[in-house]
Design a protein around this ligand. Structure first.
Ligand code: DP6
Length: 322
């Protein structure tokens, strides 16, 4: 049976994606920018032509909901496809504070197309990955990545591209992890509710393109202070839009605010760094490599755990099963 295995890294958005202009095609209302991050990765094997569709996730059978999303993406790879066996595993704990859907769907579409003998471009892979999860469109590429919102109704211009490669700038992403608490609302649900009920949602959509063009320029000139200011502005505006939803979407915990204040005090001490947050309480702090040890030590005093990540490369085919 034809099979292939691919590996992809997760990414964290510096300018956020929040809201969709087309739910069926998973087209975003705003452009976004991210950094692909190593060493964590998802490894996925797709084998075509088996007796029945099967999804094995982290060593066990996946939920019906997860399987439905994965096989819907395989239907896009080949609408007359044979049945497939998909085995996927993350080498990072689900509670590591990183979205596994970004690396998961990027690895899935690369393995699935390779096993089918297709040779899609990186842009075509990004479009396919986007259909599984928006942030996955960015994990096809390594380093500093932009995802264009696009204008076409069919979404064929809504894919990611590489602004600068993985070795462009020696930075670190220090993740301050806060355990516990009930599982909060998914990003998909949270953005739907924001879009449908928040009076601040139109202002968020209107402000995002300028953040992206300024952040792109700051990355190209390796200006950590400029990039940091845009990062925090983008995260705060996204979270402000969701906090104003009805009922509110609030991912922050008290520890999240302590971590933000720690970042502000590090900056006052002359250490350039900036935070961002996604659909959860963890705080992700960007800094240059030389300051990572001090940033991690200071965040370690307020967080349950700290993880230091480095820029990662693009999704790639690898040998051996997942
Ligand atoms: C807050 O990519 O998980 O992390 O497209 O519905 O699967 P779907 O959403 P998803 O949303 C990510 C939201 C975010 C910001 C970001 O990564 O840009």
């Amino acid at each position: 049976m034809p099979a292939a295995t691919a590996l992809a890294h997760p990414n964290i958005a510096l300018c956020k994606y929040w809201g969709k202009r087309d739910r069926a095609l998973n087209l975003p209302s705003v452009p976004s920018i991210s950094l692909t991050l190593s060493p964590f990765s998802t490894r996925t094997t797709v084998e075509w032509g088996v007796a029945t569709d099967e999804l094995i996730m982290n060593g066990g059978p996946a939920s019906a909901d997860e399987a439905r999303k994965v096989f819907a993406v395989l239907d896009l790879v080949d609408s007359w496809r044979p049945r497939a066996r998909v085995v996927t595993a993350n080498d990072f704990p689900t509670a590591a504070g990183l979205a596994s859907s970004s690396s998961g769907f990027a690895a899935l579409v690369l393995a699935a197309t390779a096993a089918a003998g297709q040779k899609p471009s990186a842009e075509q892979l990004s479009i396919l990955a986007r259909r599984g999860s928006g942030s996955a469109a960015r994990s096809i590429f390594g380093g500093w990545v932009e995802w264009r919102a696009g204008e076409r109704p069919d979404g064929m211009d809504s894919h990611a591209w590489e602004i600068q490669p993985v070795d462009w700038w020696d930075v670190r992403m220090v993740v301050a992890i806060f355990d516990g608490g009930p599982k909060s609302i998914s990003s998909r649900e949270g953005m739907k509710r924001t879009q449908e009920t928040s009076p601040y949602y139109p202002a968020w959509v209107a402000s995002a393109p300028l953040d992206v063009s300024e952040a792109r320029a700051a990355i190209r000139s390796r200006d950590i202070e400029k990039l940091g200011a845009i990062m925090e502005r983008s995260a705060l505006r996204m979270h402000a839009s969701m906090m104003a939803a009805d009922p509110p979407v609030l991912y922050w915990k008290s520890g999240s605010v302590w971590a933000q204040e720690t970042v502000t005090s590090l900056r006052k001490k002359g250490i350039p760094c900036a935070w961002t947050m996604d659909a959860g309480p963890n705080v992700k702090v960007l800094c240059e490599a030389g300051s990572a040890a001090e940033v991690a030590a200071r965040l370690g005093a307020v967080a349950d755990r700290v993880q230091v990540l480095v820029p990662g490369g693009p999704a790639r085919l690898v040998n051996g099963p997942a």
